[in-house]
Design a protein around this ligand. Structure first.
Ligand code: FAD
Length: 599
């Protein structure tokens, strides 16, 4: 059975102890405090545990149904969407001016994690809307903002992003959709977009598509792309619904997972749209949306890992098979729970420590989004912005890989009962599998890290991270409490610095030497950043041990020890692999790929 209780203890620990001081200063001039934020988390947990989780398996089995251009969502989805938006969840972090509650961005991360654990398919509907709000707010004219944002923030209308075309996925420069300017300042868009999440459905009154397209005679490739807002139903000036636009959903994909979220083929047949941002600067505007979306997808990975962990743990406590090799633990029963077996314990601890470590890194990054938005001091603002830019590809990629690995480990812990459908564990494998693919594949995230973020501002982003960790190491090297943490943090950090220097120097001579190990490098970076988080957790936890009635802080320390000794050493093998160069694959003869057969 899929088992899920929102990890509120851990979330509150992060809120109060881990990001405490800065979140307090963020809240300084507002009418809410930390206990309000905790209460909101508790309300969100009820919604997710009691309403969304029960629809997760049924939504997967029933899926979305396409009929004559319409898409019907599975039973119960419309009702829960209504409840979700009526209770103001869609506008949680949106500017008050547009009807939102203007809570810190990191609160959306907590909410998204709970939603992704309990019903990832459902989360895509409000998730895409949040990203559309972000892009419109940051790039569109006041007229567009005033017309669309209140309706999107209330959830009355929903949003989508339209990049992909049949021949154009990663390489958006190949976009063929055309936007012809009209005398009244609008555009007529024609073309076909594929794989559009929630492109058509029956939950909201209108669907607002953000579409990438090219204007006639625009510059070639990516430089010619512009972004347009194209509503399904054209709103009148007062926001009421007017004429149906010339666009339709041609079909929905049959796919591996997230079956309760429709993946649509969208046809634009001279559909009316309006420019968002500047002409030919569509990628800039879209990147605003994509960066938010990338963090959101990372949070999906985290959410899936959490439900995989809880389900597997529950099963491991109940499933009786074999005996502990150290002597029976359960003499009144015929066998011991599988939790006694070391292999099972290791798998569970792997998921637990990766998930909890990543949660801190993710929320710390969410906090930096808020600081970058609100901070007046230019230097602090830039620092926060740099952190977000650096961590976005790392978190998107690593957290989604962790989500996939965690759900596979959960299936393994369930054995055959995980492989069959009854318990809903194979669904987690299927649902999570899209996360390393959409919003820019994880391979592309790694190239972004190595090719763009590493050299950006002559290495300013990386230097800031290195400086932070180095300073922490110097300050805490002789901290007795951290004696099981500091040596491994220091060792892995030195490895990361060595590998960074290697990639930066060899990459200058041969770009394939830098792009080749990009994914390995990203993983190594993520492991070191997570180790830094675990060390800080341990530092906090040691100071709380004298008031730890439920053992939360002791568990934190012991979980951290597991991470530092069993997970972090992988940085050693990654380093060896990277330092051995990229020739074995880059110079491998193309004709040798099929040496064992002939295609
Ligand atoms: C369920 C689902 C939902 C989606 N939702 C949306 C949506 O809402 N809106 C939208 O616009 N799109 C959406 N997509 C599309 C998704 O973002 C793309 O599938 C993804 O960007 C990859 O594009 P592609 O599938 O064409 O793969 P390709 O671009 O063909 O890539 C294939 C492989 O080659 C690698 N590759 C490609 N180019 C390079 C390069 N230059 N260097 C190194 N490696 C490279 C990739 O990493 C990948 O492994 C969705 C897709 C799915 C399946």
């Amino acid at each position: 059975m899929q088992t899920y209780k929102a990890p509120l203890n851990d979330m509150k620990f992060i809120l109060r102890d881990f990001i405490n001081s800065e979140s307090n200063s963020l809240l300084k001039n507002s009418d809410i405090d930390l206990s309000d934020l905790e209460m909101i988390l508790e309300e969100a947990s009820k919604l997710c545990e009691e309403k969304l989780l029960p629809l997760n398996q049924s939504g997967d089995e029933e899926g979305c149904k396409y009929e004559n251009g319409n898409v019907n969502t599975p039973k119960g989805f419309k009702e829960i969407y209504r409840e979700f938006v009526d209770n103001g969840w869609q506008g949680l972090t949106v500017n008050k001016k547009y009807g939102g509650q203007e809570l810190p961005y990191f609160m959306n991360m907590f909410l998204d994690e709970m939603i992704s654990s309990s019903n990832m398919s459902f989360g895509l509907y409000p998730g895409l809307t949040s990203n559309a709000i972000d892009a419109i707010e940051k790039s569109a004219s006041d007229e567009i903002k005033d017309l669309y944002l209140p309706k999107l923030a209330s959830g009355e209308w929903s949003g989508t992003m339209n990049l992909t075309e049949p021949h154009c996925g990663t390489d958006l420069g190949l976009t063929k959709t055309i936007a012809n300017p009209q005398n009244d300042g609008s555009y007529k868009l024609s073309g076909t977009k594929i794989f559009i999440t929630c492109g058509e459905h029956d939950m909201s009154k209108n669907i607002i598509h953000l579409v990438l397209a090219k204007t006639p005679n625009c510059p070639k490739g990516i430089k010619g792309i512009s972004l347009f807002v194209v509503p399904k139903i054209i709103p009148k000036k007062d926001g009421s619904l007017g004429e149906r636009n010339n666009l339709e959903c041609g079909s929905i994909e049959k796919k591996m997972g997230i079956n309760a979220s429709p993946t649509c083929v969208m046809h634009y047949n001279e559909a009316t749209g309006w420019l968002v941002g500047d002409l030919h600067k569509g990628m800039k505007a879209m990147f605003i949306m994509m960066n938010g979306a990338r963090l959101m997808v990372g949070v999906q990975g985290l959410g899936i890992a959490e439900i995989a962990y809880q389900s597997a743990l529950n099963y491991a406590k109940e499933r009786l098979q074999g005996r502990s090799l150290k002597g029976s633990k359960n003499l009144d029963k015929d066998a011991d729970p599988i939790l006694v077996h070391p292999e099972i314990r290791k798998s569970l601890l792997k998921i637990k420590t990766l998930t909890e470590g990543l949660r801190g890194l993710m929320l710390w990054t969410g906090l930096q989004v808020d600081i970058a938005k609100k901070e007046k001091d230019k230097f602090k603002k830039q620092n926060a912005d740099d952190w977000v830019s650096l961590m976005t590809p790392i978190l998107k990629s690593f957290a989604t890989d962790v989500g996939c690995e965690a759900s596979n480990l959960a299936v393994q812990i369930y054995g055959g009962h995980g492989y069959i459908k009854d318990h809903g564990i194979e669904q987690l494998v299927r649902d999570s599998r899209i996360t390393p693919i959409y919003e820019g594949t994880n391979g592309i995230q790694a190239l972004d890290l190595v090719g763009r973020k590493m050299p950006l501002h002559t290495g300013r982003l990386l230097k800031a991270f290195f400086h932070l960790v180095k300073e922490y190491i110097e300050k805490n090297s002789f901290n007795y409490n951290l004696k099981d943490f500091m040596p491994s943090l220091t060792k892995s950090f030195n490895r990361l610095q060595q590998v960074t220097a290697y990639i930066a120097s060899t990459g200058l001579k041969d770009p394939d030497e830098a792009s080749g190990p990009a994914s390995d490098y990203l993983k190594m970076f993520a492991l070191v950043a997570t180790a830094y988080v675990w060390t800080r957790y341990a530092e906090i936890a040691f100071n709380k041990l004298n008031n730890d009635p439920n053992g939360f802080y002791l568990a934190k320390i012991n979980s951290g020890k597991y991470f530092m000794t069993k997970i972090l050493p992988e940085t050693g093998s990654i380093m060896s692999s990277i330092l051995s160069g990229a020739k074995t694959y880059n110079d491998f003869e193309d004709s040798h790929f099929d040496s064992a057969f002939k295609l």
